[in-house]
Design a protein around this ligand. Sequence first.
Ligand SMILES: [Fe+2]
Length: 277
Amino acid sequence: MKVRIRDLDGCPISGATVETWQANGQGFYENQFPDLQPDCNLRGIFSADRAGQVHYVTVKPAGYAVPNDGPVGQLLGSIGYVPRRPAHLHFIVAADGFETITTQIFDGADPLIAEDALFNAKPDLVGDFLKEVAEDARVRWSLDFTFVMARAANPGGNRDDEDRTVRICRLALTGALRFRHPGAERCGGSRGWGAKRALVLSTPNQKGDAEALASRLGDIAAGVFAEATMHTPLEVTEQALAAFKTSGADCVVALGGGSTIGLGKAIANAHWRRTRW
Ligand SMILES: [Fe+2]
């Protein structure tokens, strides 16, 4: 795997941080089968070298099915959608003075490339895996992908704990689902994202960050529900629904990725017939 990080002028961004995670060759993340894959398998954080590049060796990921035994499966089934995802690798690319990129890179040769259940496989995010066959007949694949970063509107942050909290907020608020009851009073205010009280969702590992985010939100925070897991079981979803109801929240902030976003969607769909993104 070769990752290049460039600015809009094509100049390398040395020191950029590249965080990545992916499924294995059978389409499973390590936390789905903790007895079969070591902790943090196929997850890593790298720093770009002076040429703005990161090289590492991994396995070629396979696509996978979205489990359909929970609310997300029911939702996809109800619209007749095949719950599968083409092979991909996840990335968060960050550098001081630049807008953080959170995205996925897809295998363009995957036969399901045009049918991503999460609608993420856009042409700009499709990579071209190259096949090499060694003399001993072993097959190796390589992928060379360039991320182009835009300058941040407010450069100079992200250096200390205070800024890290700000970054968490920004990630959560820009990447989050923001659902509002259609009958609720429109709420602009200085935050400008239309919520009166927000329940913060996270995984158990991110509970500390979620509590920091709730603290940052101040009296708009309605509490933290930190039990989201990948492919969240139905009983945990029901616990989250109950927590949302008793918290008096009118909004969900999802800190993290698919687990919390999926849980946020489930809460929104359970409570309101209309959702607002
Ligand atoms: Fe994934």
